[in-house]
Design a protein around this ligand. Structure first.
Ligand code: HEM
Length: 125
């Protein structure tokens, strides 16, 4: 991990974010807790997540350019998200980071950055 670079660049830029998203969603779809929340056609979700994570990690603002202000908590309100969902989401992300070969320091850092939003999106006891 090079602390002078953004997470985006540390992950390998567009190609790295793409690989991460492609490793993440199959895990989500195989997860008994998360799968019921997601549509069968996962491609549009993957594309939006690619666009969002690019900007969230310091790359180009693809999501905002296409959809305006992210308002991510609001976008998640129509789904009942519990602590358990957040745990499983982060665990799928941990698995995906490992699968694509991200070294452990960077992996921990990325998960740390994602755990704030994940906890923030919990809207159901
Ligand atoms: C805490 C656990 C989470 C759950 C259970 C969850 C679940 C979902 C679901 C069900 C959707 C909508 C799928 C559809 O279009 O039907 C979605 C969309 C999305 N999620 Fe999450 N999510 C979680 C955390 C996160 C986090 C931490 C991020 C990013 C930091 C994130 C980013 C997104 C994005 C970018 C979209 C697409 C938004 C859009 O449609 O415009 N999610 N999520």
């Amino acid at each position: 991990m090079d602390p002078r670079l953004s997470i985006y660049d540390n992950l390998g830029g567009a190609e790295g974010i793409r690989s991460l998203v492609e490793a993440f969603y199959p895990r989500v779809q195989q997860n008994d807790v998360l799968a019921p929340l997601f549509p069968e056609d996962i491609m549009p979700v993957m594309e939006k997540q690619y666009m969002f994570l690019s900007q969230f990690f310091g790359g180009p603002a693809l999501f905002s350019d296409a959809y305006g202000h992210p308002m991510m908590r609001a976008r998640h309100l129509k789904f009942p998200i519990t602590d358990r969902h957040a745990d499983e989401w982060l665990s799928c992300m941990a698995g995906a980071l490992e699968e694509i070969g991200v070294e452990s320091d960077l992996r921990e850092f990325v998960l740390q950055r994602l755990s704030g939003p994940a906890r923030h999106f919990v809207n159901t006891p």
